[in-house]
Each structure stands twice: as C-alpha cells, then as structure tokens.
Design a protein around this ligand. Structure first.
Ligand code: PHE
Length: 348
C-alpha cells in the first residue's frame, strides 16, 4: 500500500479540543492550496478520509486549471453544537497547524467557512487566500466558483440556458449563486437543499422545490450537484433522468468507476474539479498574478471552454471526460516530477 499524499497532519486542537486534519496531497506543481472545511463527521477518521479525498481533488483542480499549485485541504470536525468561541478556537488551531507546514500549503474558504474566517486564520499564519478586500485579499471565492459553473453550463448546453431545465442540488454560497444566475437567464429550475430554510430562495426565483433525493433524479436537461460529495453512487445512476451532470460539489463520484457507468448510460459527466475551479482560479489570479477583476473574470469564464475542450477530446478519443481530465492533469504532474528528478540528479 502506498501513501499517495506527501503529508497528513492530524492533531487535537490545543484550544478547541477538536480534530484538525491538514492533508497535503501534492506539491509537484507548487505550493499546495485548498480550502478549510468545517463540518460535522461521525468520527475524526471520517474527517481525515474527507481531507484525503478533497486534497487529491485540489491537486487535479490546480493541474487542469494550469496553475502552478498543488493540492491540499484542511478539515475540522465540528461537534453537533458549536458556538462562536469554539469556532474561533478551532480556526486558530487550524491556522497554527497550517503555519507549522512552513508554506508548503495555503488555505482558503470552503464548506463551513467564509471570508471573515480567513482574517482569523491570518492572525496566526500568512498562508491564507481569500481574506476580505479590506484586508488586502481577493474576498469570498464562491461568486467566482459560481461564475465558472455558469460558464460551463452555458458551454455544455450550446450557449444559452434560457428555457433549459436544471436541477440545482445544494443552495449554499455557490449553489445559490448558480441558481440565481440561471433564473435571471430564464432557465427552468428544480431547487433543493438539506436546509428547508432555502425554500425561500426557490420561491423567490419562481423555481420548483424538491427534496434532495428527488431533485437528484429529476427529469431535467442538466443536474448541478452543488452540495457535499459522494452523491453519484452506483445505485443512483440507473435512476437519473438528466442528460448532463455538471456542478461544483467536490468529489461527486462515490467511486471513480461511476464515471464509466454514467458514460454507459449516455450521461455526460463534467469532472467536478474542473467545473468548480473558478474560486481558486480567481484567488490565484488576483492575489498572486496581480490580475485585475476583468482579467480574472475572463480566466474564470474560460473554464467553460476548458470543459468543452475536454468533452471534445474525450469524444474523439472514445473515452470519458473524466478520463480526459485525469490524463491532462497526470501529464502535467509527470512532467513536473521528471523535471524535479533532472534537477535533483544535476545537483547530486
Ligand atoms: N474551496 C475552494 C475549492 O474547493 C478552495 C479555495 C478557494 C482555495 C480559493 C483557495 C482559494 O476550490
């Protein structure tokens, strides 16, 4: 059994007492980046498993996006009841853990964390993206992730979403923004969230509201998974009634083989780590490359063309878009590893 990850740090936060996991999957292309997820897990080992999967996804996300960055992720396992004081303690604990890696990994927002949290992280480490603009950061990444998703959806349905049917499952900061943009363009929407309070958004957008399980298998043109991972299981594939699946949720496939099952059913699955790369693309462009908002938006918009190109490549080669994306990422990772070896032997 090989350990694919370069480093996994697990610690009980000294302030919060909560499990903190920082997974650095790969720095082959550069510093590992990936958000901080604060979520509820049955056991700290489940949080660790999530960090392992999510950090791997970030390696592929950065590789296909063309960024010279690797993949990492931080996960904090929250108890069922939290308060502001415990959250702050956990953020500081996570920040210390991140800082102890000496810059090999930098964090950002993810499920359960947002812009103001990044300022708390910054109290203890400089390795953090997406601080508020008032603190010199690029701000919340979710509108940019959403913009990349919408660009992808337009590209996949042939330009205009008007009159097309979409099911958006998950109405958090990204899913909610995607739904709002689609509604503004006259799309026909089925919306869903585990939080029934999000029903108000569905009403506001004049969309149909459904339970998550029903929305997943709704009769639509495009299914947009925008919540947590693992929703596309072997069992759900035969029940699906969409032609295309493209959304920002990380790790949508319960198992990589589900991509083949979807392909066999004639459902086009756009790799989640490409569709959902807008947040990180924007943050890197603004914070590292000094791009202005217009240039950054152009790069995010380009995600649509990247997905379309992957789909075209896959068709030509008779493979799944999942495979085409993986090949593209792994080619970059291999090239980086080869360069490293050459440099290494040159020195040695
Ligand atoms: N949550 C983001 C993602 O999954 C992570 C991120 C965004 C990291 C922006 C850094 C900057 O892609």
């Amino acid at each position: 059994m090989t350990l694919e990850h370069e480093e996994v740090l697990v610690r009980r936060g000294p302030r919060s007492g909560l499990p903190i996991v920082v997974a650095v999957h790969s720095t082959a292309l550069g510093q590992a980046v990936g958000g901080l997820r604060m979520w509820h897990y049955p056991d700290w080992r489940d949080a660790q498993a999530d960090a392992l999967r999510l950090s791997r996804g970030m390696t592929y996300k950065c590789a296909v996006a063309g960024a010279d960055k690797g993949g990492g992720k931080t996960v904090v396992a929250l108890p069922s009841r939290t308060d502001d004081q415990l959250r702050r303690a956990a953020l500081l604990d996570a920040a210390d853990a991140i800082d102890s890696l000496g810059g090999r990994y930098a964090t950002g927002p993810d499920v359960g964390t947002g812009e103001p949290d990044m300022d708390v992280i910054a109290e203890r480490t400089s390795h953090v993206f997406c601080r508020p603009a008032s603190s010199g950061g690029s701000g919340d990444s979710s509108p940019h992730t959403a913009a990349g998703v919408v660009a992808t959806l337009r590209a996949l349905v042939g330009g205009s979403v008007t009159g097309k049917r979409f099911a958006v499952v998950g109405l958090g900061r990204v899913g909610g923004a995607v739904a709002t943009a689609l509604a503004a363009d006259g799309a026909d929407l089925v919306l869903s969230d585990v939080d029934a309070g999000k029903r108000a958004l569905a009403e506001q957008l004049k969309a149909t509201w459904d339970e998550p399980a029903a929305a997943l298998t709704a009769d639509v043109d495009v299914l947009v998974p925008a919540a947590l991972g693992g929703v596309l299981t072997e069992a759900v594939v035969p029940e699906l009634r969409c032609a295309i699946i493209a959304g920002p949720a990380n790790n949508q496939l319960a198992d990589e083989s589900v991509a083949d099952l979807l392909h066999e059913r004639g459902i086009l699955w756009a790799p989640d780590y490409v569709v959902g790369s807008g947040g990180v693309v924007n943050a890197l462009a603004v914070e590292l490359d000094g791009s202005g908002p217009a240039r950054a938006a152009e790069l995010v918009e380009g995600i649509g063309a990247t997905v379309a190109a992957l789909v075209a490549d896959a068709r030509r080669a008779g493979i799944t878009p999942a495979r085409a994306a993986r090949d593209r990422a792994e080619a970059r990772l291999r090239a980086a590893a080869a360069t490293r070896e050459t440099v290494g032997s040159g020195r040695g």
